[in-house]
Design a protein around this ligand. Structure first.
Ligand code: 2PG
Ligand code: MG
Length: 457
């Protein structure tokens, strides 16, 4: 067999924040090789799988030599002789080598590096691009709708705002390439607006977004709206807004209240939801992520009731975890899930969560982390897994453009066969993303936002 794993080699590299992360190469009997490197979050959810760091003084404690040793030692020993083409079996072996639920022993960064490099080697052996390798046999590739960061706050921008991400969804785009150009226009328009306000535009946040200091969280929305207008695109029809509140970051579990530093307010969950509902009524918002904290389960059903007209996305809430998503589905607290492979540790576990979400009628958004590398596997996974949406950051910084550029290439290469998920991928009216649907007609004839343009309260 040409796809037997014969070599595993991991080493330490730097991510886009300059912090160490794990890279890995897997070699197969037939000579094929695959490499991968793993990303790292800053606004991490409390319940994510473990990112193993060395501690001590080297790299301020952020070194990953232990994780690298775990790949080259116990994890490699586990997969030698296995068939790289059987991803599920390899991932099950990696999971059982660790033996804990959150990969607490060997580290999710170690496990994911090997899981991804295995997929990449199997694709090389089959002489297929990764997106074809991970595609189900009866399905065809689907380019995702991008959710693009324009203004950053929270942990990605020195807490210049409490809200973490203000993003755009180019709902009027008919192709991925058109969507990226539209997002580029809004980013440029927003920079022009900030410049006119006398604010620096060179303050670039971790994901390439603008990181201005503004007087309030709402002021950031107003700047974004002006940016959309300056771009010449139409709010709602061409461009809609998405927000990642990342509320876990400003939640006080003791008092169970939310501290908005920029607004100088200390509010209860209900008030935060009311505030967001008001924004939904006043701005063309189609998606809100982590509206409440990951420990605030009790208040999520209220948020879901009030905000059910838009895409309610769980990131820190679900942490790409089957059990947490199952609870979210049962409690009806959201209608979409953000999927980050390093929150769970293996490709198979991430894919499982996508299937689980689809079966429940949830929309899926594959997401990068705020600390990324130049590796572009995320783009291939979005297309091959038909996630419908992708969140990568802004339209600049090479670790971000690596993913956009990969998607641009895939769309260009597919030519007339390229299918773009379009606005119909967004919950709550998301189209099923299984192949049974003909995605040529996924972009609705009326702008998708018209159906969602109802007050959220
Ligand atoms: C998020 C991600 C990406 P981080 O919260 O959605 O924007 O951030 O990788 O820091 O968790
Ligand atoms: Mg998030």
């Amino acid at each position: 067999m040409k796809t037997t794993i014969t070599t595993v080699f991991a080493w330490e590299v730097l991510d886009s924040r300059g912090n160490p992360t794990v890279a890995c190469e897997v070699g197969l009997t037939g000579g094929a090789r695959g490499t991968a490197s793993v990303p790292s979050g800053a606004s991490t959810g409390t319940f994510e799988a473990l990112e193993l760091r060395d501690g001590g003084t080297r790299y301020g404690g952020k070194g990953v030599r232990d994780a690298v040793r775990n790949v080259n030692g116990p994890l490699a020993a586990e997969v030698y002789g296995m068939d790289a083409a059987d991803q599920e079996l390899v991932d099950a072996a990696l999971q059982s080598a660790d033996g804990t639920a959150g990969l607490q022993r060997l580290g999710a960064n170690a496990v994911l590096a090997l899981s991804l490099a295995t997929a990449s080697a199997a694709a090389a052996a089959a002489e297929l691009p990764l997106y074809r390798q991970v595609l189900a046999p009866d399905e065809s590739p689907l380019l995702p709708m991008p959710m693009v960061n324009i203004i950053s706050g929270g942990a990605h921008a020195g807490r210049a705002l409490d809200i973490q991400d203000l993003l755009v969804v180019p709902v009027g785009a008919d192709s991925f390439a058109e969507a990226i150009e539209m997002a580029w226009r809004v980013r440029r328009g927003t920079a022009i607006v900030l410049d006119q306000m006398g604010l620096p535009t060179a303050l670039i946040a971790d994901e390439g977004g603008l990181g201005p200091r503004l007087p309030s969280n709402r002021a950031a929305l107003d700047v974004l709206m002006s940016g959309i207008e300056t771009s010449g695109l139409r709010p709602e029809i061409d461009i809609a807004i998405a927000i990642d509140v990342a509320a876990t970051q400003f939640y006080d579990a003791g008092s169970k209240r939310y501290r908005l530093e920029v607004d100088q307010r200390d509010i209860a969950a209900e008030e935060l939801v009311t505030e967001l509902a008001t924004w939904c009524a006043q701005y063309p918002i189609v998606s809100i992520e982590d509206v409440l904290a990951d420990q605030d389960w009790d208040n999520w059903p209220h948020a879901a009731g009030v905000l059910s007209h838009i895409q309610l996305l769980g990131d820190d809430l679900f942490v790409t975890d089957r059990e947490r998503l199952a609870r979210g589905i049962a409690d009806g607290v959201a209608n979409a899930v953000l999927v980050k492979p390093n929150q769970t540790g293996t490709l198979s576990a991430a894919r499982d969560v996508i299937e689980q979400a689809r079966d429940a009628g949830f929309a899926t958004v594959l997401s990068a982390r705020s600390g990324e590398t130049e590796d572009a596997w995320l783009a291939d996974l979005a297309v091959g897994w038909r996630t419908g949406q992708i969140k990568v950051g802004s339209t600049m910084r090479s670790e971000r453009t690596a993913k956009w550029n990969r998607l641009l290439r895939i769309e260009a290469e597919l030519g007339p066969d390229a299918r773009f998920a379009g606005a119909a991928a967004l919950a709550p009216s998301n189209e099923p993303l299984h192949q049974s649907t003909d995605h040529r007609n996924l972009v609705p004839s009326t702008p998708a936002t018209e159906t969602r343009d109802q007050p959220c309260d």
